[in-house]
Design a protein around this ligand. Structure first.
Ligand SMILES: C[S@@+](CC[C@H](N)C(=O)[O-])C[C@H]1O[C@@H](n2cnc3c(N)ncnc32)[C@H](O)[C@@H]1O
Length: 290
């Protein structure tokens, strides 16, 4: 099997069925809110973001719709909730108020694929970059990224805490190879799935390798200004690369954490079912002052 790595055996298949919600918008529909800084850095490899094409987009959409049928979204959210509940019960982390269903870091949701593609292009992938989806769920965005820039990424790596979702991500990638031609013959970047906690040592090691990071984590630990506190420090402490780009949605990063600056370079407004039509995606650049 080409280009799949898993750092854990897939969990037994449960009721998870992968889906991708179809979206009615095209990438041009989202509004760009220019940031104050530029992503361009001297000496950096040229961005391949300009190669992003509607042809690649339409093909990626077809594949992902096939592997992640839109009509199964509700079913998968229920399965993800069950997995979160199992995790809370087995790890003894059930919060005092009850099960982790709302306002908890394990709340499951799938980010809009069209808006994702636009944000990723704005982060300007470069040849040989490594993409990491932090909290990758069933791997839908990993496959989307791998299909959109098949020859640019050295690796697309999804890290997911819940083994059931991790297993479903591997399952979807395996099913890609079994799709009818020409879908299964579309070029795709190498993918990797790890069932790990982003706050663990292995999570840190993964962040350290990343060039572009995506985080859809609106319910994760954040301060009153909606800034991801724990994650900002975890990113900084991981030793994340100078110039790595980090994409957040709805929430932001701290401007500075553990000696690393996160400079907001651009924000885009777009539609995402769970966070609304005026959702904001932000692109940050890692700056290490030496
Ligand atoms: C809102 S979902 C996003 C799924 C996917 N990235 C997408 O946008 O379609 C967030 C995911 O993060 C996972 N997660 C929560 N805490 C985590 C942690 N500490 N380490 C790794 N994954 C985590 C959850 O289990 C969930 O699958």
């Amino acid at each position: 099997m080409r280009g799949i790595t898993s750092t854990m055996r897939p969990a037994p298949r449960r009721r998870l069925r992968s889906i991708l919600r179809a979206t009615a918008t095209t990438p041009e529909d989202e509004r760009d809110i220019p940031g104050i800084n530029s992503l361009t850095t001297s000496g950096a490899a040229p961005s391949v973001g300009a190669d992003w094409s509607m042809v690649a987009w339409e093909s990626a959409r077809k594949v992902v719709d096939e592997l992640y049928p839109p009509q199964a979204y509700g079913e998968r959210r229920i399965a993800a909730r069950d997995a979160a509940l199992d995790h809370a019960l087995s790890s003894g982390t059930e919060p005092p108020g009850g099960v982790p269903l709302a306002g908890d870091g394990l709340v499951y949701g799938e980010f809009d694929a069209t808006f994702f593609a636009r944000l990723l292009a704005a982060a300007q992938p470069r040849q040989g970059d490594i993409f990491v989806d932090v909290g990758s769920g069933v791997g839908r965005l990993i496959l989307t990224a791998a299909l959109l820039w098949p020859s640019a990424w050295a690796n697309c790596h999804g890290i997911e805490l819940l083994p059931e979702l991790h297993g479903a991500a591997i399952d979807a990638r395996v099913r890609f190879d079994a799709l009818p031609s020409p879908l299964s013959t579309l070029p795709i970047a190498p993918v990797e799935y790890s069932a790990i906690d982003v706050y663990s040592a292995s999570g840190g090691a993964t962040l350290r390798e990343a060039d572009v990071v995506f985080v859809y984590a609106v319910t994760w630990a954040r301060d009153a200004q909606g800034r991801l506190t724990e994650l900002s420090h975890a990113l900084a402490r991981s030793g994340i690369k100078q110039d790595a780009r980090i994409i957040t949605v709805g929430v932001t990063l701290l401007p500075e954490a553990s000696g690393v600056r996160f400079e907001r370079v651009r924000s885009l407004q777009g539609d995402n079912e769970e966070t609304g039509p005026d959702s904001l995606g932000h692109i940050f650049r890692v700056v290490r002052d030496t």
